[in-house]
Write a protein that binds this ligand. Sequence first.
Ligand code: 5GP
Ligand code: ZN
Length: 117
Amino acid sequence: MSEPSTDCLFCRIVAGDVPADVVAESEHALAFRDVNPQAPTHVLVVPRQHVENGAALAAASPAALAGVVGLAGEVAEQEGLADGYRAVFNTGVGAGQTVFHAHLHVFGGRDLTWPPG
Ligand code: 5GP
Ligand code: ZN
């Protein structure tokens, strides 16, 4: 695992140096609302440790990956998403990843088409 980076936006949010609307947290993960929501619920669940993407997180710490996915489930419950939600790791520039600190998008509160666009 890499050290927290002052250059990394999500490391700075985890450290409390950049404000965020935090909705849940645990030993391994922090959940906060996306600043540019694409659904009524759009929360980002990030590991506390700095790794580039979801697969790197799995390699570095299966427990932290489980913590991220588990916290996403808690957020969905807390947000009343009994009907369903979508959890996505964008991985790589071609998939739209813009912040290279692993984050699980949690979407819900509207119809979620499949396959996604
Ligand atoms: P990606 O495109 O890397 O999968 O997702 C990055 C997400 O981070 C985007 O949905 C974007 O709206 C969100 N984001 C970017 N900057 C900030 C910020 O400063 N605060 C919060 N809460 N979200 C941010
Ligand atoms: Zn980071």
